[in-house]
Write a protein that binds this ligand. Structure first.
Ligand SMILES: C[S@@+](CC[C@H](N)C(=O)[O-])C[C@H]1O[C@@H](n2cnc3c(N)ncnc32)[C@H](O)[C@@H]1O
Length: 234
């Protein structure tokens, strides 16, 4: 079933590429990004993806500091095919939204977890992507924010975040750290530390914890990340 969905999407992508008349200015950034990420998920099995993880202890080191009720809405931004929602469900966090620009990734998670989650395919930078997603008590982002290298895209991202996170709610970032790689999935990234996140969040968010962690890709290459947790005060 999932194989058929993947084949159908691959055909759609190939057709689109064939019919492209070279007027790339007509193709907007979101569509190109969606194609990039759909291809990334079609090309590799989940366990070979350069961001695949089995051990979520770093995320839970921060998640365990959030005073969440089981019914608090949580948004996993650019969650791909991550197994984090499976682990959160096991811990009783049940009102989960997973959002990703890649339809392929979302279909894979839907196949795995069905009606246990709420799903959204869309570009986090587009306001329409957020329609009908409730205000959330936790916004979780691993390896998504760092792709927004242009100031205008960072601004759009933080506008979306500030519109969605409740007062008293939490934000977790896990992005490439200052000594991290300069690219991820072939795309340039902006590397972060806790001060840089804070500058984007502003004074209404308070840093609760931050640490560096070196993740090892399935290939064995190290990828240093910075994990930071904030709470919204106002
Ligand atoms: C490096 S992967 C990380 C996936 C997941 N967070 C994890 O830790 O396994 C980046 C993810 O961000 C998604 N993504 C990239 N740009 C996006 C955007 N503008 N809006 C929503 N998702 C996006 C990609 O499709 C991909 O799933």
């Amino acid at each position: 079933m999932i194989k058929k969905v993947k084949e159908a999407i691959m055909c759609k992508l190939e057709e689109k590429n064939k019919s492209c008349c070279g007027s790339s200015h007509l193709v907007n950034q979101s569509i190109l990004l969606k194609e990039h990420w759909d291809k990334a998920y079609l090309k590799s099995p989940e366990s070979k993806l350069g961001w695949y993880e089995e051990d979520f202890s770093n995320s839970f080191r921060l998640l365990d500091q959030c005073e969440l009720n089981s019914s608090d809405p949580v948004l996993l931004v650019g969650s791909g095919t991550s197994r984090l929602p499976d682990h959160m469900l096991n811990r009783g966090i049940s009102k989960l939204w997973v959002l990703d620009i890649s339809e392929v990734a979302i279909q894979e998670v839907k196949h795995r977890l069905g009606e246990k989650l709420n799903y959204r395919v869309g570009d986090i930078l587009q306001p329409e992507t957020m329609v009908d997603i409730p205000q959330v008590q936790l916004w979780f982002d691993r390896a998504v924010l760092h792709f927004f290298t242009k100031k205008e895209d960072q601004d759009k991202y933080f506008i979306q975040l500030k519109e969605k996170v409740n007062i008293g709610g939490y934000v977790i970032f896990a992005e490439f750290s200052l000594d991290g790689a300069e690219k991820c999935s072939g795309l340039p990234v902006l590397r972060y530390n806790q001060t840089m996140y804070q500058d984007c969040l502003g004074d209404e968010f308070k840093l609760l914890d931050s640490f560096d962690h070196t993740y090892y890709m399935p290939s064995g290459d190290p990828r240093p990340y910075n994990y930071s947790l904030y709470q919204r005060l106002a």
